[in-house]
Write a protein that binds this ligand. Sequence first.
Ligand SMILES: [Zn+2]
Length: 219
Amino acid sequence: MASKKTRKIIKKSKISKKSVKKSVKPKNKHQKIVKVKKLQVDSKKLLRLDEARKYVIDVSGEKGLEVFQFLISRGEMEENLLARKLKFEKANAIRKFLYRLYNKNLVSYRKVRKNNKAWYTYFWSANPEKLALIISQIYEEEIKQTKKSMELNKAEDFYVCDICNRRYEVNEALQNDFRCKNDGGILNHVEPEKILEDKQSRIDFLNKKLENVAKLIKK
Ligand SMILES: [Zn+2]
């Protein structure tokens, strides 16, 4: 009796997960409506962005990027099959990479117990839309920080060491004979306008990038 009940629950949870997975074909009109809600992204173009590739490699290594790209191109896949397709020596060797990706929400899994066996079978799928959001957040954060530092730069004039780039206020630079305390480097006067210009062009550049990522998201 109990096992029958458990199976029922597993079946039920499978259906509720299906409704949010984009890789699963909708069975009826209602599910199609649910499917539209999920953010979709042009993952091919997304993975052409250096920042996107770099982020995935930082998280899970070159091999992890390979796993991620493969899941994007093939859709949801059973773990052992995935390991075989990607030529991992042991099926569980791929888990290390999948977990690293999973920790950043870049992949999801669903586990299914077949024929009342003791173990679960894992099906993995990629979440490229999460990557698009993460990349956007990275750009947004840098824009925010750059704007903040522009406010600081507007307020004052300062000097910068030509070796370590340490920043000195006018009085401090004067006291130290225009030499750096760390390394004796020469302290150069910095024109606030020049810095502000550089920062503004960095912000413009990042906004452009942000726009490009936004274009990849199909709403
Ligand atoms: Zn210095």
